[in-house]
Design a protein around this ligand. Sequence first.
Ligand SMILES: [Zn+2]
Ligand SMILES: [Zn+2]
Length: 149
Amino acid sequence: MCHKSTVYEIEVTEGCLPLDLSCPNGCSLMDPELTIHDQPAIRLKFEFEGHTGELYLDAIYGRYHSIVDTSIPPQATVTFYCPTCNAVLNHETARCDSCEAPLFTMYLPDGAIHYVCTRYGCHHSYIVSIDGEIEYHFIKKEDTDPTAA
Ligand SMILES: [Zn+2]
Ligand SMILES: [Zn+2]
């Protein structure tokens, strides 16, 4: 049986693959008013130990610059919500291959689902197309320091 695999580790370069993401209810998560490196940032609501706030993630896939408005301790796992409709974005069962924390999901315009680890600093993520193929699988390089971004 020929199984067409599209899994690969992407070499991330500046300007590659900007994401356009929505919550499960279709609210755009992109904030055109707050940009990171000239791209609209991904705006998310989060909850960590009873504290809620908003944070912004880089919309370039595989690049993890972020703006966090409160101090989430490194390695903490958080719950993400849509800042517009409050839908919980954390997946009920999907877990990170790397650290076993829950994953959260965001949707691309073509119906593909972007899974991202909820552990601050883990950065493990992948994108599954509408027909179930893994399109991109980002694995953190050993020499990257998540706290430096
Ligand atoms: Zn929403
Ligand atoms: Zn993880």
